[in-house]
Design a binder for this molecule. Sequence first.
Ligand SMILES: Cc1cc2nc3c(=O)[nH]c(=O)nc-3n(C[C@H](O)[C@H](O)[C@H](O)COP(=O)(O)OP(=O)(O)OC[C@H]3O[C@@H](n4cnc5c(N)ncnc54)[C@H](O)[C@@H]3O)c2cc1C
Length: 417
Amino acid sequence: MRYSIVQLARQALGRHRGWAPAWRDATPKDGYDVVIVGGGGHGLAAAYYLAKVHGITNVALVERGWIGGGNAGRNTTIIRSNYGLPGNEPFYEWSMKLWEGLEQDLNYNAMVSQRGVLNLYHSDPQRDAYARRGNAMRMHGVDATLLDADAVRKMAPFLDFDNARFPIDGGLLQERGGTARHDAVNWGYARAASALGVDIIQNCEVTGFLRDASGAVTGVETGRGTIRAGKVGLAVAGMTSHVAAKAGLKLPIESHVLQAFVSEGLKPLIPGVITYGAGHFYVSQSDKGGLVFGGDIDGYNSYAQRGNLPVVEDVCEGAMALMPMIGRVRMLRSWGGIMDMSMDGSPIIDHTPIPGLYLNAGWCYGGFKATPASGWCFAHLLATDTAHDTATAYRLDRFRTGHVIDEKGAGAQPNLH
Ligand SMILES: Cc1cc2nc3c(=O)[nH]c(=O)nc-3n(C[C@H](O)[C@H](O)[C@H](O)COP(=O)(O)OP(=O)(O)OC[C@H]3O[C@@H](n4cnc5c(N)ncnc54)[C@H](O)[C@@H]3O)c2cc1C
C-alpha cells in the first residue's frame, strides 16, 4: 500500500493508530489465473512481477506456514553477481541491477547495502582461477578487482595473513556485492504484490494437484480446500522434490541442511562480506554488530530445518584460521535451512513435462541473491510461456542433454554463499 502526503499527515496527527497491515491476509477463492506455491522470496517476487510487469493480478500465493519462514528468512543475506559462466553471469547481474533499484520500486527499505564481497585466495592456482573469473565478469560489464595481500590488508587488517597453513595471498573483490535485509525483502515484495491485488494466503499447505483427463495440472489441493488454477508455479526451495513427487515428478534435486550462526554484537569491524578460500567459512557483520557467518552444507539428505555439530566444528575451525580472535566471541544463536541442491549447482526456471505445472528450483545455498531476477524470470515464464533472455540456460532437460552449468567456482563452492 502506498500512502499520499495527506494520509501520512493524518497518521502522524492521529498518533499512528490508523496504519493498515502491510499486506492482506487473504482467504482462498475458488480459482485463479496463476497459483504460486511457496511464500519465500522467489514466490513473492514472481507474484509481484506477474502483477506489475504482466498485468496478471488474479494470482494467489499459497504458503504452508508464514511468508519468509523458509530460507528466505534464514539466509546470511549476501548478494553478489561474481559468476563466470555465460549461463549464470547475465542472470545474476540482472538480479544485481534489480537489487540496485528494488527499494525505489517497492517503496520499501530493504537495507540493500553494497558493502563489497571479498573472496580470499591462498595459492597461485587459486589466484589464477579468481583472475579468470574476474576477467569473465568484466567482459560481461560486471565490476571485479583482483587484490594482492597488501590491498586486502588495508581493507581487513584483523585477518591472520601469515597463518602457517593457508597464508592470505590476496582476494577477488566485487564492490557492488554486499547484503540486503532478508525479512524486509520478503515483506516489501508481499506488500507490493498485495497492493496490486495478489492474494497472499498463509497457513495453506499444498497437499496434491488437480489434474484433468489429459493429465494437465488444473489446480492444487490444500489444507484450506481445492483451488483451481490456469497455471501452477512451484517455488518451494528445499521441499521441491517432496512437492513435485505429489504430481508424479522425479527431479534432479536433493535436499540438504545448511546452517548459519550469529554472534553477540561487536563494534563495527568487518567492512563487507569476506569468504575464506581454503575452508568452509564466510562472514559479514550486521548493522546490530553481530557477526553473521556460515560454511558448508551438513552433507546428508534431509528435510529437517536443523543441523548437526560436526559442521559447527568445521565452520568454527575455518573462523579460527582466518580470525583467531573470534574464539573469544560468544555465539548467540544458530539455525538451519533446507537447500534444494541441483546436480550442477545451478537453478531451474522452466516448464515441467506436465502441462500447467512450472518449476522454479535448484537454488542450492545461493538463491537469496537471485530473488529479484528469479521472480522476474519466473513471472516472465508463467506469463509468456517463454524463457526470459537471462534465464534461457536454466532448463530442466539440461541434465539429460548434458548442457549443465557446472560453476563450482561460484555457485556451488561452499565458501562463496
Ligand atoms: C543458512 C542459510 C544461509 C544462506 N545464505 C545465503 C546467502 O548469503 N546468499 C544467498 O544468495 N543465498 C543464501 N542462502 C540460500 C537462499 O536462502 C535460498 O536459495 C533461497 O531463499 C530459496 O528461495 P526462496 O526464498 O523462495 O525459498 P524459501 O524461503 O525456502 O521458500 C519456499 C517456501 O515454500 C514453502 N512450502 C514448502 N512446501 C510447501 C507446500 N507443500 N505448500 C505450500 N508452501 C510450501 C515453505 O514453507 C517456504 O516458505 C542461504 C540459505 C540458508 C538456509
